[in-house]
Write a protein that binds this ligand. Sequence first.
Ligand code: ATP
Length: 257
Amino acid sequence: MTEHVVAEAEALGKVHGDGDNAVVALAGVSARFTRGGFTAVMGPSGSGKSTFAHCLAGLDTPTSGTARIGGVDLGSLSERELTRLRRERVGFVFQSYNLLPTLTAWENVVLPLSLADEEPEQAWADLVVGAMGLSDRLDHRPAQLSGGQQQRVACARALITRPDLVVADEPTGNLDSRSGARILELLRQCAREWQQTVLMVTHDPIAAGYADRVLFLADGRLVDTMERPTADRVLDRMRGFDGHADTVPQDGRRGAF
Ligand SMILES: Nc1ncnc2c1ncn2[C@@H]1O[C@H](COP(=O)(O)OP(=O)(O)OP(=O)(O)O)[C@@H](O)[C@H]1O
């Protein structure tokens, strides 16, 4: 079966500031994301994980290279077109949930559609809300929900448009391990059962063990990839970063993707 590339980073780079103050956050990272794949991005603090995810998803602007979603080069879009693409084609899940406190859970879930004056597709909305275990919580406001429930609302909101790419930045960072495990199982289900494409930034080898593939960043570069990761293998690989990050060859375009 031909793999369908839904998102692609080509030599993506980001430099903050200039001259003596320049900070290289991302130094040319290339990767492809195929439909139904669940990819974790790991690496030491400051290695560029969030910058990579945000540049790929159109939340941040790279200073070099190309980000494509659904074949569209994000750099070719006006600010308005980019906002629309993000709303329609990308779903976001953040560590801090980012729900609107005055809206009910249901209103938060359908917000990306309401903003475009669109109605949810009922069967899909029922499926997503049911899978997230939110059917009897839809009238609650975020403050009346646990952290895990709030993050499940955020996941449902990310999926409601059936986006090309779901980007989750430390989605379990604020959750206890049980609530976190539920979110990770749901993200895996999104990929496996619904063929959604998921990119998750995480510090946690256990979280990365839920993914199909791990991209390892160090100093803004892609230094390794791992297919079918387990938490133990990821942990071993992360230990190897202490002082050895730049001895690992960069082979972002080769190998398993
Ligand atoms: N607005 C900014 N101005 C200057 N430097 C920045 C800015 N944003 C990020 N950086 C720098 O870019 C590098 C990459 O940051 P990024 O947040 O992408 O790393 P990360 O791997 O996600 O880190 P963490 O795991 O700590 O969240 C870091 O050195 C960071 O200090």
